[in-house]
Design a protein around this ligand. Structure first.
Ligand SMILES: [Zn+2]
Length: 418
């Protein structure tokens, strides 16, 4: 009889990727139940709920929101997003009956939690077994030592208008009139990130264009930059027109990350409909489009997020062969526990365990992280138990895998002190 599940339940986790802010932010915003929907909201939209029907922008009162929510929630009962939401609400708020009255009572409890300064510690540390959260919320430092920052650089290289150049000028306190100045400003920005303790950079551009990055010359990039400098306020170029400049700057971001020993997280695969204004052009996110970059920057540490889903097989083949690529299970368990299970089975057979980041909730609220962590431990436990039963892994090898992917690998990837 294997004890691997018990072993996994005792691992203190380093969470590699979230979008959650600290408690003070939650309290300041008095987050209620409808502020906790996140991924579930995407399924509610797909099931027909109008956008903004129950957000803070809606003019509906809380009871009207509860009625709308109930209607569409019932239509999504089967999805893993909905299951995760239910698990969180049941385990953390003892929610049983999803009547309008029940939803309103739950809403009161969520508001109480948003005013309980012990709530984060209870949910993240005690109930989820998480020691450290790497999070992307656009801030470099936090008032909670269990949070460390990863910073998006998309705002830097997505230059479509003169306004963006003004923004960067303001940020670095220098005037910018040439592409060379603009690139120097990146060095300043990245140096300040390192000083503030940022542990990695992130590129999320697959939401807006393809992952393919060309190799434009400085001159080609400069031509676009100069065109932008001559635009009137409020005018902008298209994604397509600015691709040479964006591509050139993406190379700069990668080089600047390497120079500072910062890993680069890159979004690959599935899009979230609450984020992707352009719908869901999944073919923009093909992990194989990254191969030229992976070949070029051998000294980089690329953490390719989300197992490239649905291009999982190509993704694992890449993670197997590139020493500079780390595989990642962030977000995957709650998209589909079945895909997560298949991906883990294949990664165990193909990718060295030291190259896998096993968990990131990818949530913007702690209750979601709790439910995702619980599911991830279950899925990983089932997979490893199957591998032990099949005689593929010994109990000890399975333990090493679990501890590595959920904890120790992240110290190495992000240069964290133990
Ligand atoms: Zn994310």
């Amino acid at each position: 009889m294997s004890n691997i599940k018990e072993f996994i339940s005792s691992i203190r986790v380093i969470d590699g990727h979230e979008h959650v802010n600290t408690f003070s932010f939650r309290q300041k915003n008095q987050v209620d139940l409808f502020g906790l929907l996140h991924y579930l909201e995407s399924d509610l939209f797909t099931a027909g709920m109008p956008r903004d029907a129950i957000t803070s922008l809606s003019s509906a009162d809380v009871e009207e929101k509860a009625i709308i929510f109930k209607k569409y929630f019932e239509r999504t009962q089967n999805t893993a997003y909905a299951k995760a939401f239910k698990t969180a609400m049941k385990d953390l708020y003892q929610m049983e009956y999803w009547s309008v009255k029940g939803i309103l009572e739950l809403n009161d409890k969520v508001l109480q939690a948003s005013n309980d300064s012990t709530w984060y510690n209870t949910v993240l540390s005690e109930k989820s077994g998480i020691d450290l959260v790497l999070t992307l919320v656009g801030e470099t430092m936090f008032d909670d030592p269990s949070f460390r920052s990863v910073m998006f650089l998309d705002y830097y290289f997505e230059v479509l208008s003169i306004e963006k150049i003004h923004e960067i000028e303001k940020k670095v306190g220098k005037s910018i009139s040439t592409l060379s100045h603009y690139i120097t400003s990146l060095q300043d920005i990245m140096d300040s990130y390192v000083l503030d303790g940022v542990v990695a950079t992130k590129l999320g551009y697959a939401y807006r264009r393809t992952l393919d990055v060309g190799k434009p010359t400085f001159y080609e990039a400069e031509k676009v930059f100069n065109e932008i400098m001559r635009l009137q306020l409020k005018q902008s170029l298209s994604q397509e027109e600015t691709k040479p400049l964006q591509d050139y700057l993406i190379h700069e971001v990668i080089r600047a990350s390497i120079e500072r020993n910062l890993p680069i997280q890159i979004h690959t695969g599935h899009h979230e409909t609450t984020v992707s204004g352009n719908g869901n052009i999944i073919t923009n996110s093909k992990v194989t489009d990254l191969i030229p970059l992976l070949l070029e920057y051998k000294e980089a540490k690329f953490v390719l997020l989300h197992s490239g889903l649905p291009y999982v097989d190509e993704y694992i083949a890449i993670a197997k062969n590139f020493p500079n690529v780390y595989a990642d299970m962030t977000w995957v368990y709650i998209i589909s526990p079945t895909i997560a299970s298949h991906a883990l089975h294949k990664m165990i057979e193909m990718v060295p365990w030291s190259k896998i980041q096993g968990f990131g909730g990818d949530y913007n609220y702690v209750e979601g992280i709790y439910a995702h962590m619980k599911l991830a431990r279950q899925v990983l436990g089932n997979v490893l138990e199957e591998k032990i039963k099949a005689g593929y892994l010994t109990e000890k090898e399975a333990q090493q895998f679990a501890e590595g992917v959920l904890r120790y690998n992240l110290f190495e990837i992000y240069n964290l002190s133990k």
